[in-house]
Design a protein around this ligand. Sequence first.
Ligand code: FAD
Ligand code: SF4
Ligand code: SF4
Length: 411
Amino acid sequence: MSIKILLDKCTGCSLCVKACPFAAITMIDRPADAPGKGKKIAQIDLDVCTLCGACVPSCKFNAIDLKKDLGGGDIDLSHYKDVWVFAEQREGKVQSVAYELLSEGRQLAADCGSLLCAVLLGDASIEEEVDQLFKYGAQKVYLVTHPELKDYRTAPYTRALAEVVTKHKPEIILLGATTLGRDLAARLAIRVGAGLTADCTGLAIDPVKKHLLQTRPAFGGNIMATIQTIRHRPQMATVRTKVFKKSQIQNPKSQEGNVIRFTPVIDQNDLVVKLLDIIKDESVKVNLQDAEIIVSGGRGLGEAKNFKLIEELAAVLGGAVGASRATVDAGWISAHHQVGQTGKTVCPKLYIACGIAGKIQHLAGMQSSDTIVAINKDPDAPIFKVAHYGIVGDLFEYVPLLTKKIKELRG
Ligand code: FAD
Ligand code: SF4
Ligand code: SF4
């Protein structure tokens, strides 16, 4: 895409300056050889311009020329088929996010009329995980093995995955928005010339054009944007852990399936990073994402010491302690507990929100929980819109009461 101001049409009215959300347009003196002597003219700073197109309709004189020509021209999309899930593995075990994506991918593949495939990278021993991928619904597994792929490193993984993607041309690739997935997806997208939408919270297929509809929060979570990659393939999306639910095993007895083996060529230049050891951060004791019950506290707690009430309720329920960002920002609790758009995405069986307003950024991290209970003294608090059960009242009264009653019930 490209953009320019047409010197012969620009009247210098400056309407486009206000229309640009990125402050990329300024008014400058008109070049001596341009028509309309004496008037100012718009200039676009191409280092700042995002090519969003918002300025084009603001110009009543058709003086902004935004070309959607993609340079190399359109590519033929008809060779691209199938939905691929990147089966992220750590220490030889496929991670839960891959099974969640397979569960979601099944519907996408059905809607596209294509196959659901998994792509698994590792050393030879990773083959043990293939069967499980079939059980969770993969109809084909691309097994990419090489001794240098045992543990994740950006360069060899990018090279290997790009090679197999270029050869087999998937239409859609889904990756977990994990530290690893985010790193790999961005590199891969550039390497294969794909469109990438990060941190999607919803995926669907356009029933007419069959493009992947990738929904994600935008503008600080204030709107949900649905993004389509119309002219490039593959369509790539990353999705955070627990955004989609892992389904039940699809093919419990299936040992068979279609395995496509692939041995990539790894260039010595890709091996500049040597993995000496993997050291786990033992200080992170909160495992919110795997917790079946989470009790979360918000600013309604008033001060840090009142998190004790949340901890007590979580303890009697055998659950974990979550928190809103407001409490993390206030220094009442560590960021490991934060639930939401910039914290963890969780999907427990039970989520109890105490003194949390339920702003969109918090909801983004917990609204797919099976059962949501909210305690808030404001009956109009947005948390009640997603809560299955609500207590309109003072948390200082109800949280200790709940703790006491549950203790009694449990003897
Ligand atoms: P408040 O909005 O202050 O709400 C406190 C609630 O407690 C109120 O509803 C009040 O009625 C209730 N209350 C007060 N006293 C009592 C009482 N005694 N008993 C019962 N109820 C009581 N937020 C997140 O949580 N997670 C995120 O990941 C996140 N990411 C963000 C990312 C961006 C880019 C931005 C801009 C914001 C983000 N936020 C996030 C912040 C979010 O917008 C809210 O500011 C935050 O969630 C508010 O936290 P809160 O509900 O605890 O506090
Ligand atoms: Fe006005 Fe259009 Fe010129 Fe901008 S580009 S100053 S809107 S005439
Ligand atoms: Fe600004 Fe978007 Fe126009 Fe670029 S295309 S100048 S970013 S409004």
